[in-house]
Design a protein around this ligand. Structure first.
Ligand SMILES: [Zn+2]
Length: 116
């Protein structure tokens, strides 16, 4: 699978219902989010693009204060086994169950996690 094909598949999954895409290695079962055309763990190109349930738990978080605004930012570990950086829409604690959505504006994607 070429990188352009992976980007196209990611785009399709995101546009359909704001679900989070991810990649699974068919050789070693490693899962990851960032679009790559090979497995970062074993180097295999035998990979597939899948749609995540979006359900995960808070792995870490921090508050960012900037220009009078506050963001809660951190890492979610999805039930499929991979992790993503995201913005939290609520105050969270490590281990809280969250649902992750990915939304697209003109140029950028942003990943948002809300407590469930
Ligand atoms: Zn692999």
């Amino acid at each position: 699978m070429k990188l352009e094909e992976i980007y196209a598949k990611y785009d399709e999954i995101i546009r359909k219902d704001s679900s989070l895409p991810y990649i699974k290695c068919k050789d070693c079962n490693y899962t990851f989010f960032y679009a790559r055309h090979f497995c970062p763990k074993c180097g295999s190109r035998n990979i597939e693009v899948l749609k995540s349930s979006g359900i995960g738990k808070v792995f870490s978080w921090t508050k960012i204060y900037r220009k009078g605004e506050t963001w809660i930012y951190g890492i979610v570990e999805l039930e499929e086994g991979f992790r993503v950086y995201c913005n939290f829409t609520d105050n969270v604690k490590i281990g809280d169950k969250v649902k992750v959505k990915i939304v697209r504006n003109d140029k950028y994607y942003s990943i948002l996690a809300s407590r469930v």
